[in-house]
Ligand binder design. Structure first.
Ligand code: UD1
Length: 418
């Protein structure tokens, strides 16, 4: 397994190109199964989660033509096959194929995702949304077995909380339903709005995505489509922390301010400056880092996917910072590893108290999930001496060429091939 070796103490300066959003790409690849016409996705990030999702649609008979940052998915000859536990276990977002398969073929069998490293993450809201549209659903031998003997019928779906995945499932299924569907308490994440834009390019009629209320006119006439994926706001936020933690200045090419309001607010409170440049956002930090409190919330609140990275930043700030995680119950796996680097963090349930300023020294650490691993990379950039981060495959799931991008702006980082 590859490792990353990082020697801390370099100030980062330069430009980083932000890739397409992984979390926008995954549902759009799944959505291509809805249509018998080709869907071309551009600005596709070159990360292993995307490769895995392309593998999943291939498994269902879609033909995928790939180039560096795009893919054309032609599901003209696709069929609904069983999606095994092994596939879903490797990447939970695989469950997003359930709705398109069901809507197009009238039946689908997708393994239930089990518990995963960052919590239980059930799919009850996905299932409830499909049932509301008229699907009959049973759980058999660990599989979600869904069918629509009478086809799907538009309805009002009220989500019990604004789940990103459940909103996407409901939206995809409703495009193929008879009549109108209204989704209330929908997730407002930019990735949901981007999926709607992609579906609309494919022939759907969706309004209101990006707000709490989404309207979908059903029974779509599909057509060939091309869609450019939005830039990754989580990757942009990660490099913003890299600039702030090292007291450097980075231009985040392609990053969009309008997707990052809550993140920019916290960066500024921590003592960084953020301003729009010609090609994206510029983030820099000159003075001392200040303590900050964050609570993770659904968009437009502070994203849980940036909690671990900001905790690394808090370790270098003056004073005590508080983190409250409200989205996932078990998303503090980076804490013991940050403590191995010298951080002073106290965990209590869903809260973490970070006392900043403790001296941090390089060590061997282990990545446990995507965002936890990248927080270790950020911390290593300011540790004294060398840090080795094991299990880099977690990083490769969601960060395109992380080591190269950091090296180009001055980090002392090297990938050690296994
Ligand atoms: C997506 C993102 C993930 C991000 C998360 C929250 C993708 C591929 N992944 O995940 O990176 O951290 O949004 O911003 O886009 N829940 C239920 N029942 C359900 C569905 C969800 O109880 O049927 C719970 C989850 O356990 C969690 C919360 O709702 O506690 C939010 O989950 P959700 O918004 O659905 O996250 P994902 O779509 O899985």
């Amino acid at each position: 397994m590859d490792r990353l070796r990082i020697v801390g103490g370099r100030r980062l300066e330069g430009a980083v190109t932000i890739s397409g959003a992984k979390n926008a790409a995954l549902p759009q690849i799944a959505a291509a199964l809805l249509s018998p016409y080709p869907v071309e996705l551009t600005n596709l990030p070159d990360v292993t989660d995307v490769e895995n999702m392309l593998g999943v649609v291939r498994l269902h008979g879609a033909e995928v033509t790939r180039s560096a940052h795009s893919a054309t998915i032609d599901a003209g000859a696709a069929a609904s096959r069983e999606t095994s536990y092994d596939t879903v276990r490797r990447m939970r977002a695989t469950v997003l194929v359930l709705a398109p398969l069901l809507a197009r073929f009238g039946h689908a069998r997708v393994s239930l995702p089990g518990g995963c490293a960052i919590g239980a993450r059930p799919v009850d809201m996905h299932v409830a949304a499909l049932a509301a549209l008229g699907a009959s659903i049973a759980i058999e031998n660990g599989l979600i077995v869904a069918s629509t003997p009478q086809g799907l019928t538009g309805t009002r779906i009220v989500l019990s909380s604004p789940s990103v995945g459940a909103t996407e499932t409901a939206m995809m299924a409703a495009t193929a339903a008879k009549g109108e569907t209204e989704i209330l308490n929908a997730a407002r994440e930019p990735e949901v709005a981007d999926l709607a834009a992609c579906l609309n390019a494919m022939g759907a009629r969706i309004e209101g995505a990006g707000t709490h209320r989404i309207l979908i006119g059903g029974t779509t006439s599909w057509r060939p489509a091309r869609h450019d994926i939005i830039p990754d706001r989580i990757e942009a936020g990660t490099y913003a922390v890299a600039a702030a933690i090292t007291g450097g200045q980075l231009e985040l090419t392609n990053a969009r301010l309008e997707h990052m309001a809550s993140v920019v607010q916290v960066l500024e409170a921590a003592g960084a400056s953020v301003w729009p440049g010609d090609r994206g956002l510029i983030v820099s930090r000159g003075g001392q880092l200040k303590a900050i409190d964050i609570t993770t919330e659904p968009y437009p609140g502070f994203p849980t996917d940036l909690q671990a990275q900001f905790m690394a930043l808090m370790c270098r700030a003056d004073g005590a910072s508080l983190v409250r995680e409200t989205i996932f119950e078990n998303r503090f796996m980076h804490v013991p590893e940050l403590m191995r680097l010298g951080a002073n963090i106290k965990l209590q349930g869903t809260m973490a108290l970070v006392r900043g300023g403790a001296p941090m020294k390089g060590a061997q650490v282990m990545a446990t999930d995507l965002r936890a691993s990248v927080s270790l990379v950020l911390a290593a950039l300011v540790c004294e001496g060398e840090t080795t981060i094991n299990r880099v495959y977690h990083l490769d799931r969601g960060y395109e060429q992380l080591d190269r991008k950091l090296r180009l702006c001055g980090a002392d980082i090297e990938r050690v091939r296994a």
